[in-house]
Write a protein that binds this ligand. Sequence first.
Ligand SMILES: Nc1ncnc2c1ncn2[C@@H]1O[C@H](COP(=O)(O)OP(=O)(O)OP(=O)(O)O)[C@@H](O)[C@H]1O
Length: 234
Amino acid sequence: MIQMFHVYKTFGKDLEALVDVDLHVHKGEMVFLAGPNGAGKSTLLRLIFCDEFPTSGQILVNGRTTVRMKPRAIPYLRRTMGIVFQDFKLLRNRTIEENLALVALVAGKTTIQARQKVAQLLKLVGLSHKAQTVPSKLSSSEQQRVAMARALMNDPLILLADEPTGNLDAEQATDAIRLLFEINAQGTTVLVATHNLKLAEEAGCRTVFLKQGRIVEEWQRVNRPTDPAQQKRV
Ligand SMILES: Nc1ncnc2c1ncn2[C@@H]1O[C@H](COP(=O)(O)OP(=O)(O)OP(=O)(O)O)[C@@H](O)[C@H]1O
């Protein structure tokens, strides 16, 4: 589903944001990308979303190489992906319903189809009662759930979430992860970037650690996350 082969990303002359990254995320998987600030997590997600392109290496998304993709083909590939940005990027002067519907309308859906999808997703994230509200009247966790709903508007095969729990307290963060699990259980492949190692451990998914742009470790919990003996290094 997502394949990265020897991917390097250098900004300017010598800022190596990603160094020789090999990552394979299979269809239906939920994978955490963990690492400290500046490790390269957002850059990696942006490369998958074709927001940036690698300096060298190969990236395949849904079997299509992104590296030499023509600019006009990028929006079509992006429609197979949903992305939740760190700062949500909701349109401030539009209602929640409008924020969501716009995504479907731009993708060519009818107003009725867009409305139906908005209703379905607001129900999923528990915010049906906020449809006519503007983002500034919502809490951080509510805005985060709207951002997640928006990312799902076009039924993406892949959901990319960049620090989806960054502005949330512990309980809200757990709810957000639960929602990601629910989305994943419905068949969407999910890749979550976080600097919150505890969160990744508790989720128990395959976790890939980035440090200074390199993948330095990868593990998957077998059973209980709190028991180191149950953690299998892969
Ligand atoms: N557009 C850019 N231009 C120049 N440097 C950049 C750009 N984007 C990222 N970087 C640099 O690349 C490195 C990796 O940044 P990135 O945002 O991918 O890390 P991160 O792991 O997501 O960090 P954080 O957890 O703080 O969001 C950092 O040194 C950052 O300053």
